[in-house]
Structures are given as C-alpha cells and as structure tokens.
Design a protein around this ligand. Structure first.
Ligand code: GEK
Length: 249
C-alpha cells in the first residue's frame, strides 16, 4: 500500500498530546495499522469475503471510520452487484483527502461516495452491509448504543454489520497477560519501549474499550438476531451481526 514508516512516538516527548487523526498520522497510517493491529490483513480480506455474501443489489454499503479506505477497496474488489453504492465516512479531513486520491487510481464497478462527517450524525438507509472497523472504540460510550441502533435501523433484512474493535478483558490477569503479549507483538514489529509507552499514553483518554461480552450484548440489544465473534487475535476482535429476514405477518 506504500506509506512512510511510523516513527511518530520515536523521540521522547515532554508532554504527550491525545492521539488525533491528523496529517502526521494519515501520512504513516498504513504502516501504523499493519504494525499495530494483529491480524489486520486477515480482517480486511474477510470483509471482502463477507461482502460477496451479504451485499444485495441496489443497496448502500457503508464503511464507517474508513481512514484510507482499506475496507472500501476490499468490498469494491469483491462485489459487482448492480446499483450498489459504497459510502465511506470519516471525520478526519486528512484521512478522507488521502483516501480520495487513492480512489482516483482504483478500478472497480461500484460507485463510491466518500463523506467527511461524524458517524453519529450520519443517516443510514437501504444498507445491506455496514463495516465499522476499529472506529466504535473512539466513540464516547454514551453514544455507542445510538450509533449501533442507527446502523441496525438502516439495514435491510438479512443485511450485516461487521464490527472490529480493540477489546479488554474482565479478568485482570487475562487483561495483563494479553496486553503484555500485545506489546511483544509491537516489539516484534519494530516499535521500541519508548514508542510503545508514549503511544499508549496518547491513546489513554481517547480509546473507550469494552469487552467482547459488552459488544455482543449491545448488538443483540439493538435487535440483531445472529451475532458471532468470527475472529480474534490477542486484544483485537471482529464480530458479525445479521438482521433477521422480513417476517411474513
Ligand atoms: C481500516 N476502518 O483501515 N466519525 C467518523 N469517523 C471517526 C469518528 C467519528 N465520530 N471517530 C473516529 N473516526 C479503518 C481504520 S481507524 C482505527 C479505522 C485506528 C475515524 C478516525 O478519523 C479514523 O480515521 C478512524 O475512525 C479509526 O480498517 O486508528 O485504530
């Protein structure tokens, strides 16, 4: 995919600002994601495979928190259903700007209509697939129910939500074990201890992480009939939630 090496936290900082999706992050984002999310490529690949299964003709597909558009491109490479539109959404102008430049070079049948806006304000309608990869984790906990309910309401029967998140564990020993293993993963990928600890501090107030159980309960609570965790690698998990078929009564 080609982006610069992520060395944002390589030099010691006097004060660590909250993590933001600004130009510096957008410049190194491919490298950052690949070295920071275990199983990232596997998740993106599977988004394409699920898209081939769940996208219905003449519907909308949403990529919420699209960043540089990895999920959008995976869907576009896998689907040629007639009359579909992909709507990638991100609040960061720097991300959307880079994504749009990539989109110009990408060949695919489906129309893509990027939007730079807050997903909590987004109308969702006539959707057969919604992808929300590693984005809900940045939303205030009080807003999450409303966002996920809005997705459910905007999906057609048999439509699906793919949700990927960094997760936490209820059990303190398990949380510590997985977190240490995650730092080992980052070290293996070339981040040093200073980078790991400064990035963790930058994310401390920004990430609103929840357990697998909390995610599954929310998905069921808003109305999804089928909910499964289909992938987990250390403290990163992906879920699929499917809306029931239309009833005949
Ligand atoms: C991928 N999905 O490559 N509204 C819109 N966008 C938002 C909001 C919001 N309220 N909050 C955060 N974002 C991508 C990776 S990154 C994950 C997603 C990560 C956006 C934010 O600007 C950023 O681009 C994205 O959500 C999260 O599969 O950095 O860990």
């Amino acid at each position: 995919m080609g982006s610069k090496k992520d060395d944002i936290y390589a030099n010691r900082m006097d004060k660590i600002a909250d993590f933001a999706f600004d130009r510096n992050v957008a410049d190194v984002f491919d490298d950052m994601l690949h070295r920071s999310i275990p199983g990232y490529d596997a998740v993106i690949h599977q988004v394409g495979a699920f898209a081939a299964r769940y996208v219905q003709p003449n519907t909308n597909i949403y990529d919420l928190g699209c960043s540089l558009g990895a999920a959008t491109f995976a869907v576009r490479n896998s689907v040629d259903a007639a009359g579909c539109v992909i709507i990638p959404v991100d609040l960061s102008e720097d991300m959307i700007g880079r994504f749009e430049r990539r989109l110009q070079r990408h060949k695919g049948v489906l129309t893509v209509q990027p939007r730079c806006m807050d997903i909590s304000e987004l109308p969702i309608e006539n959707a057969s697939l919604v992808v929300m990869n590693f984005t809900l984790q940045f939303i205030d906990t009080g807003l999450k129910d409303r966002i996920v309910q809005n997705i459910f309401n905007g999906l057609r029967p048999l439509g699906a939500l793919i949700l990927s998140e960094k997760i936490v564990f209820e059990d303190a020993a398990m949380q510590q074990f997985i977190e240490q293993s995650y730092f080992d993963f980052k070290r293996y990928n070339g981040y040093n201890d200073l980078e790991i600890s400064q990035k963790r501090d930058a994310l401390e107030n920004v990430l609103k992480l929840e357990t697998t159980q909390a995610h599954v309960e929310r998905l069921k609570r808003v109305g999804f009939s089928t909910v499964a965790c289909w992938y987990q690698n250390l403290n990163f998990a992906s879920f699929i939630a499917v809306k029931a078929p239309a009833s005949n009564d």
